[in-house]
Design a protein around this ligand. Structure first.
Ligand SMILES: Cc1cc2nc3c(=O)[nH]c(=O)nc-3n(C[C@H](O)[C@H](O)[C@H](O)COP(=O)(O)O)c2cc1C
Length: 329
């Protein structure tokens, strides 16, 4: 697949899987593990100050197998292959984050939650590969016009913040493939070899997976959050907070309070007051699974183990190959 797949060629990876950038969950350790497993790992800058982002990039550099001997050799420069940074453009520090990542040798940027026009040319002029996240074919065309190398088309099933139009992955991918000439990376509900194969059948050239990577040994999610994912069922998540920014959440006590407000048509201000500050960190990093915000996709119902990234990638490749050969159990 490496020689024939455009996403593998774009990022110099062995198999076209991208570990999605995720606030509070995807730091340097997870991204380096993905790089070492031959796929693309993204550091999720959305929850990081500029200094924390710098620390995570340096950590990834340290953990990349290729660099193991280089730290004792003053003449060798550590590399950062197959590691990119996800920059949600809605935060004020996006430009500073971009500068720090460029200065540390990052050459792959996935941007989201903003206009693809803002930084694409700037990044391309500095030799970077740029991918923007879209949830509609219309925005995918704007991404193409802005000059990105590929788009992530993310459907309604996905964990984290979600498009307002609620288009499912199954319906979105062929529409985006039809609308643009650049490669399409499918995201939303992809958690195993079967769903990777399905995404390729719909015309995607690669997949971006988020939720599946939360439940790995190397993710920085709290163990309580990982356990909630392992015990989740098909009805465990809902799209919530649509009056603010729609986000798919695991149902817990916090979600129930949101639902109560939404059921009585509470306004934006009331919802903002309930949300307060730091809910996502409280749930996903600190492990308060009752009162914290737990972002995960519908595919969580199919996640029932906690492998290392290496084990997971191996399993995904094997299952994908079996699916293609119709070797069902
Ligand atoms: C906990 C969590 C945090 C996320 N944070 C971000 C983010 O900061 N920026 C972004 O572009 N996407 C974010 N996403 C979306 C993922 O990068 C990915 O596209 C999505 O998880 C794919 O759907 P899946 O969860 O069904 O695999 C997040 C997803 C999750 C589950």
């Amino acid at each position: 697949m490496k020689d024939s797949n455009i996403i593998c060629q774009l990022f110099d990876i062995d198999f076209p899987i991208i570990q999605g950038g995720m606030i509070w969950v995807s730091g340097g350790k997870l991204a380096a593990a993905c790089s070492n497993a031959g796929i693309l790992g993204l550091i999720g800058a959305g929850s990081m100050s500029v200094d924390i982002l710098r620390a995570h990039i340096l950590k990834a550099q340290l953990l990349i197998d290729k660099n193991k001997d280089k730290y004792n050799d003053k003449n060798s420069i550590p590399e950062i292959p197959r590691v990119g940074v996800n920059i949600p453009l809605l935060y004020s520090q996006a430009k500073e984050q971009i500068e720090v990542a460029l200065s540390l040798g990052i050459k792959i940027f996935f941007t989201s939650a903003g206009s693809p026009k803002t930084y694409t040319t700037y990044l391309k002029d500095r030799g970077a590969k740029v991918v923007h996240v879209t949830s509609t074919p219309e925005l995918a065309i704007k991404c193409q016009d802005a000059g990105v190398d590929a788009v992530v088309a993310e459907g309604f099933e996905a964990g984290g913040h979600n498009g307002r139009d609620e288009i499912t992955t199954m319906v979105l991918i062929p529409q985006v493939v039809k609308a643009v000439k650049i490669p399409v990376i499918a995201a939303g509900g992809i958690v195993n070899g079967d769903s990777i194969a399905a995404a390729f059948c719909l015309g995607a050239k690669g997949v971006q997976m988020g939720s599946r990577f939360i439940a790995t040994k190397e993710s920085s999610a709290h163990q309580n959050f990982k356990d909630m994912i392992l015990n989740s069922k098909s009805d465990s998540t809902m799209l919530a907070l649509k009056k603010l920014v729609p986000v798919r959440l695991l149902k817990n006590s916090f979600y129930n309070k949101v639902k109560e407000l939404e059921d009585r048509c509470a306004d934006k201000e009331e919802l903002e007051k309930l949300l307060g500050k730091g809910r996502a960190k409280l749930g996903m990093l600190d492990g308060n699974v009752n009162e914290g915000e737990l972002e995960v996709g519908q595919g969580c119902a199919l996640i029932d183990d906690l492998p290392s990234v290496k084990e997971l990638v191996q399993q995904l490749k094997e299952d994908y190959t079996k699916t293609l050969r119709c070797e069902y159990p």
